[in-house]
Design a protein around this ligand. Structure first.
Ligand SMILES: *[C@@H]1O[C@H](CO)[C@@H](O)[C@H](O)[C@H]1NC(C)=O
Ligand SMILES: *[C@@H]1O[C@H](CO)[C@@H](O)[C@H](O)[C@H]1NC(C)=O
Length: 220
């Protein structure tokens, strides 16, 4: 094989390996996060001196405790990401517990930095995500029972709705140490400062009075 094609293969392999990992991959055994030093930021967090790292840096307790679902949407997400477990820094994974009251929902939202794989432990959920404009905004939806698993690809708007008459509980893994959340209604109608009324009225084909009402509901 010519050295030129070897180089091409090496470059291709490099490109593919980047495409396969979203969060940066670790370049050492671990890089346990410490708080930023005097407002200097890196892409992620600083690493603690490895000699000072202990088991505590990889530990979290309390995912057995349900979140309080007495709120507007009837659900509660308990997040275990790099802010709760500093040892997740550079690992590209995190975890959540989601509790749903009967009729509760985790409203349409997206994770800008992570795909999600959810397993239902208790109850019945109607879940789904919508693909991008390029794929004609198709809805992929399913009713989940205990033991069922569903995937929400990175960036796609998705939701879960408890259609049972008992509380539901799910756990989900995310392919980021800090996947981020954008709740669509809050971001659009509750931004600070508010998005111009005319923009939202035209975008959502709504009477401006309804936009004002929605903005009031979401605290803009
Ligand atoms: C979620 O549950 C926790 C623990 O009960 C509570 O402190 C928090 O306020 C709840 N969050 C929401 C959005 O209701
Ligand atoms: C859950 O939240 C509601 C509303 O904030 C509050 O009234 C209630 O006491 C909380 N329940 C528990 C078990 O903490």
């Amino acid at each position: 094989m010519s050295s030129q094609s070897l180089i091409s293969i090496a470059i291709l392999a490099l490109v593919i390996s980047f495409a396969n990992s979203y969060d940066p991959s670790p370049l050492q055994d671990f890089c346990v996060a410490i708080d930023d030093l005097n407002g200097v930021f890196v892409n992620g967090k600083f690493c603690k001196d490895p000699r000072r790292v202990t088991a505590k840096d990889f530990f979290f307790s309390g995912l057995n405790i349900p979140g309080n679902t007495s709120n507007q949407v009837g659900s509660n997400v308990t997040t275990v990401n790099v802010d709760q477990i500093p040892g997740l820094n550079t690992m590209g994974i995190s975890l959540v517990r989601i509790d749903y009251a009967p009729n509760g929902q985790n409203p349409p939202h997206t994770h800008p930095r992570g795909s999600e794989i959810l397993v239902l432990i208790k109850g019945t959920l109607y879940v789904g995500f919508v693909s991008s404009n390029q794929d004609n905004n198709r809805l992929f939806a399913k009713v989940l029972h205990p033991g069922d698993v569903f995937v929400f690809p990175i960036g796609m708007i998705h939701f879960q709705f408890n259609i049972g008459n008992v509380p539901a509980v799910a756990f989900a893994g995310l392919s980021s140490q800090n996947a981020g959340v954008i709740t669509i209604a809050n971001a659009v109608f509750g931004s600070n400062p508010p998005i111009d009324l005319q923009v939202l009225a035209r975008a959502f084909q709504l009477d401006p009075h309804i936009v004002v009402e929605l903005q009031a509901k979401f605290g803009a």
